[in-house]
Design a protein around this ligand. Structure first.
Ligand SMILES: NC(=O)c1ccc[n+]([C@@H]2O[C@H](COP(=O)([O-])OP(=O)(O)OC[C@H]3O[C@@H](n4cnc5c(N)ncnc54)[C@H](OP(=O)(O)O)[C@@H]3O)[C@@H](O)[C@H]2O)c1
Length: 318
């Protein structure tokens, strides 16, 4: 596989409001993107809603000012979430829209902000129960036939969505993006707690991962750094489980001679389903630290992996 990590661009471009991008915000974003490019990241993850479009806008400006960064990179973006005062009207509820016009308008806006003619992949950010899959699929197929996207991804969706979209899409469905991390472990908890009452605390679309693997659909994990709570940010106040997990992460990182970030992200890479972690740090040091994740995964024993899992869940497996 090429470089397995994906660079999450959600935190580029400043606050989620309509303020101008300041030169400090631009410089910070430029430094982060350059660090990611140098570290080997190839795929950059965007969405129309990130920083009210400013994440894409700042990225587009960076590519324009520093064309060297275009070399070897691929972009994916997302559409479909409508937030008030962002992609949705002020005063509207948070809602999802995957109708033909919304998908097209969102992608056109993203391409314009990013300053590119096409993206590798357009991801539907969340399901919209009010739009038929057929309508959304037709919109995506049209975009592909116009050369604006190469493929489609689905985010925060179930196996039923994936299978149904595969039926109606002509465009290849190449990725699924969903929350998975040492802090958000439902994907493994549901695998082992099937007949345990504790299992009701967890929720992950049954069969999704095995289906993706069988159909060669890439599985992307968002929130892969667990927001830093096990790798130096500090555990939330009064959370002994997170503190204990940080201790295990630190001990394993020292033994493997890798960063703590690498252990947290490597825990996902150690899973046999070729999960691709989407990491959201903009800190150049932490960006470089994440790149040791494949090394951490390679050195992580079966027992290490379970020790991390057990520490994060706070009590032993049944
Ligand atoms: N599909 C979806 O619905 C969805 C939802 C959310 C996110 N995403 C994607 O996934 C990417 C990653 O998600 P995420 O950013 O929510 O989660 P993440 O990668 O788990 O966490 C990144 C955040 O944790 C902070 N952090 C990490 N280590 C730290 C440390 N040692 N000390 C202090 N802060 C630390 C980072 O701050 P620094 O920048 O200071 O390091 C950053 O704010 C996003 O950029 C986006 O592309 C997708």
């Amino acid at each position: 596989m090429s470089f397995p990590l994906i660079f999450g661009c959600m935190a580029l471009g400043g606050p989620w409001d309509r303020s101008e991008i300041t030169s400090t915000q631009f410089d910070a974003a430029h430094t982060a993107v350059r660090a990611a490019h140098r570290a080997g990241f190839e795929l950059f993850d965007h969405a129309d809603i990130y920083a009210v479009g400013k994440s894409e806008a700042v990225f587009g400006r960076i590519l324009a000012e520093d064309p060297e960064l275009r070399r070897g990179i691929r972009l994916q973006t997302k559409c479909g979430i409508r937030l008030p005062g962002n992609t949705g009207p002020e005063g509207s509820p948070v809602h999802y829209r995957l109708d033909r016009d919304t998908i097209r308008a969102s992608l056109e806006g993203s391409l314009q902000r990013l300053g590119v003619d096409s993206v590798e992949r357009l991801i539907l950010h969340r399901p919209d129960p009010l739009t038929t899959l057929g309508e959304a699929a037709q919109a995506l197929d049209d975009l592909r036939s116009e050369g604006l996207i190469n493929s489609v991804g689905l985010s925060n969706m179930t196996l039923r969505h994936v299978a149904a979209f595969q039926q109606v899409l002509s465009t290849p469905l190449t990725a699924v993006q969903i929350q998975m991390s040492l802090a958000h472990r439902d994907f493994v908890e549901t695998q082992v707690l099937g007949n345990q009452s504790e299992g009701t605390e967890y929720n992950f679309p049954e069969g999704l991962l095995t289906h993706c693997v069988a159909d060669e659909i890439e599985v992307q994990a968002w929130g892969a750094m667990a927001n830093g709570i096990y790798s130096g940010r500090g555990a939330p106040e009064g959370d002994p489980t997170a503190e204990a997990t940080s201790g295990v992460v630190t001990r394993l990182a020292e033994r493997m001679n890798v960063s703590r970030e690498a252990v947290v992200v490597g825990w996902l890479l150690r899973h046999p389903y070729a999960i691709r972690p989407v990491v959201g740090t903009t800190n150049p040091e932490r960006i470089r630290a994440c790149t040791q994740a494949p090394e951490a995964a390679a050195h992580m024993t079966h027992s290490d992996w379970y020790e991390l899992w057990t520490a994060a869940r706070g009590h032993a497996l049944p």
